[in-house]
Design a binder for this molecule. Structure first.
Ligand SMILES: [Fe+2]
Length: 305
């Protein structure tokens, strides 16, 4: 029986993956072993701490459901999601900045006509009109581009976190397709800053480590045009109290938009406004390329592994 010291053991485990047929899988596994072993050596990890980590990860998995993704949340609060984003988007060349997908890209994103109200059941939120345009790097309009949008309600919760998901179905989320000028627009309510879910293991970690769980108010966009890199991003609302301390480190200056309060009797599409409203204007510039956009969580569930 071979006996290993601390360092021989790492080399032996790295070596054990030597015959992995896929070179990329081999590289990723070998590097993972090296990093994990380094961590154990550097921290002198105790058995109790190792057990705690196993139990924490087990609970993280057990908290996941078809409409809840605790592992994405864990990745987000540890900054891993933004790091993956950073290493994959080093050169933007003028394209819109990217940020985390987040754990709430769930359910169906039903296509709606321009101007639709995507939050029709909300009676407490202040109205928001979002007008946007999709272009290439030269500012030329891109037509027929599907854009998924989603955001939290004015109570700080996403539709999938509330019992009403069962009765109203998806709300404050939809898909729009850009017109010949690359434009799309819709009505909704003004989202507010919100806490990431604190009723699971990730939230427990945030509370126990005295971090705050808040994310500044934002609207998510996933813009997916053929021949261009899928754009996963948010538009943040300027002036939010948490804009400099996002719990998932997702804010970039370019993604902060001024949202103006308006009292005009009509919204930009000519329809009447029954109360003062807010206007968010933002353009998305896409970078040529390829890649596969993620699918909403429930849609992924039905696919073969
Ligand atoms: Fe969000």
């Amino acid at each position: 029986m071979p006996q290993f010291n601390e360092n021989d053991l790492t080399a032996a485990v790295v070596n054990s993956f030597e015959e992995t047929p896929d070179p990329r899988a081999k590289f990723l596994l070998q590097e993972l072993v090296k990093s994990l072993h380094d961590y154990v050596r550097r921290t002198d990890l105790t058995f109790e701490e190792w057990e705690y980590a196993i139990e924490f990860l087990t609970r993280t998995g057990q908290t996941c459901t078809p409409i809840r993704q605790e592992f994405i949340l864990l990745s987000d609060v540890l900054g891993v999601s933004m790091l993956v984003d950073a290493v994959n988007h080093r050169e933007r060349e003028g394209a819109t900045q990217t940020t985390v997908l987040g754990p709430f890209y769930v359910g169906a994103h039903k296509e709606m006509s321009h101007g639709s109200d995507i939050s029709p059941h909300n009676v407490t939120g202040e109205k928001l009109f979002v007008q946007s345009r999709v272009t290439d790097l030269k500012g030329r309009p891109l037509a027929g581009v599907p854009v998924d949008v989603w955001h939290a309600d004015d109570d700080g919760l996403y539709d999938s976190q509330k019992p009403s998901y069962g009765t109203h179905g998806p709300t404050s989320r939809a898909r729009f397709v850009s017109d010949n000028d690359g434009r799309f627009f819709f009505r909704t309510i003004l989202p507010c800053s919100y806490p990431i879910p604190t009723d699971g293991p990730v939230g427990e970690m945030i509370v126990q480590t005295r971090r705050h769980p808040m994310r500044p108010a934002h609207v998510h966009f996933l813009v997916n045009a053929k021949g261009y890199e899928p754009l996963i991003t948010h538009v943040f609302i300027d002036g939010d109290k948490y804009i400099d301390s996002d719990a998932v480190f997702g804010v970039k200056d370019e993604l902060i938009a001024k949202v103006e309060k308006r009292s005009d009797p009509r919204m930009p599409d000519g329809r009447e406004a029954s109360a003062p409203w807010h206007l968010m204007s933002y353009e998305f510039r896409l970078k040529p390329g390829g890649g596969t956009a993620p699918k909403p969580m429930a849609a992924r569930e039905n696919e073969p592994a």
